[in-house]
Design a binder for this molecule. Structure first.
Ligand SMILES: [Zn+2]
Ligand SMILES: [Zn+2]
Length: 389
């Protein structure tokens, strides 16, 4: 297994990318709870604690034998095979209106994930009034990536334990695992065990999240299968078969793979202008496909900025533009961002030198801003009564 340690965290800033984990306490995998919980899976390797990019110590190197969930394997093989057939139909049978319809649904589903599940619910980057929350929930249901509660919970765990065994799609296990493999096997026990330490109580307090979860099965059938198929058939006479394979299956598989690229490609390839000590990277290609979620080095450093990026030259970010539009309509408000001086300080102290700020002679590159900066590095913004995630 490729091992990349995050010896530096955004909050502690203390190491170098790919550096060896700090030596010292060699405890860890001898933890009896780990062994008794997972005795049949684990190899008990000696290791040292390491920190995630959220600054939490975790026990890595404890590798279970992968337990494949064959039902999921068959489902995803079918989906991708059927999507290939849908792709074929795009050129041989589908009407132009059906192609446009599928494209609109791809963008709507992606927006439900990026602006909804990700920036609104998982990170609370901004607030939204009920009509916008319902709109976002419809898009998120269309994208069919688990309900908002599960999606947001897994995502908070991903941030808190990034690229460790407790990360649901740990990119240190390779491109395939972080892209789709994590959905084809049982969760690593650390994901479940450590995931319980992440507070998600706020999520179900939103009735939109609560009722989407309660009626999830009928909602996905209507939103993800019936609606995409019936509209082209009813309104412009598309055949049901073509509508199903193009606007439902092919469209769905595209959305899935685009989202998965954020977990895989954006954790592997790109610059690290904000923190060279973590693997999430600024990936323009992923940002383009995912309507703005590829600026992943910034996002893992400053998770609750509603832009999920710094703009300027990193400006491929339609999700930000659409949130701004809804803010203009009065449906989105309290949009949260990071002051430029905090970004400058961070770039100059921990960036890889590829950011324009890194070239400036500035008074910001001092550690005395770390305390002030720390609040911007939390997974969600702190509000009155919140527990630390
Ligand atoms: Zn990530
Ligand atoms: Zn995130």
């Amino acid at each position: 297994m490729k091992t990349r340690y995050h010896a530096r965290s955004p909050n502690t800033m203390s190491a170098t990318k790919n550096a060896t984990a700090p030596s010292g306490s060699a405890k860890l995998v001898d933890d009896p709870a780990v062994i008794s919980e997972n005795g049949k899976y684990y190899k008990n390797k000696q290791s040292s604690p390491k920190k995630t990019d959220a600054g939490y110590s975790v026990d890595d190197e404890v590798q279970p034998a992968v337990e494949i969930v064959w039902k999921n394997v068959l489902i995803y093989i079918y989906l991708h095979g059927a999507a290939l057939y849908g792709f074929y139909l795009c050129f041989t049978a589908a009407k132009l209106a059906t192609l446009l319809w599928a494209y609109v649904l791809v963008v709507f589903g992606e927006f439900g994930i990026t602006a909804g599940a990700h920036r609104l619910w998982a990170h609370r980057c901004y607030k939204a009034k009920l009509p916008l929350r319902v709109f976002l929930a419809v898009g998120q249901t269309l994208a069919l990536q688990n309900d908002i509660y599960v999606w947001s919970r897994d995502h908070r765990v991903h941030h808190k334990f990034s690229e460790t065994n407790a990360d649901p799609h740990n990119a240190n296990r390779g491109f395939f695992f972080s892209h789709v493999g994590w959905l084809l096997c049982k969760k690593h026990p650390d994901v479940i065990r450590r995931g319980k330490t992440v507070d998600v109580n706020d999520l179900l307090q939103d009735p939109v999240v609560f009722y989407q979860r309660k009626f999830y099965l009928p909602l996905i059938l209507i939103t993800c299968v019936v609606m995409p198929t019936v509209v082209p058939w009813y309104y412009w006479g598309e055949s049901l078969t073509t509508a199903f394979f193009v606007a439902s299956i092919f469209r769905y598989v595209i959305t899935l793979n685009v989202t998965w690229l954020v977990n895989s490609a954006a954790h592997m390839w790109g610059n690290h202008p904000y923190d060279k000590g973590i693997n999430p990277a600024e990936n323009r290609f992923v940002a383009f496909l995912s309507i703005g979620e590829g600026w992943h080095n910034y996002h893992h450093v400053f998770p609750w900025d509603y832009k999920a990026s710094e703009l300027g030259k990193f400006s491929i970010n339609p999700t930000k533009a659409i949130i701004d539009f809804f803010a203009w309509l009065g449906l989105a408000y309290d949009l949260k961002s990071v002051p430029e001086r905090i970004i400058r300080n961070r770039v100059q102290r921990t960036g890889d030198g590829t950011h324009p700020f890194a070239l400036e002679d500035s008074p910001y590159a001092f550690d005395d801003m770390e305390f002030e900066e720390a609040q911007f590095c939390e997974i969600i913004p702190k509000e009155k009564g919140d527990k630390k995630l």
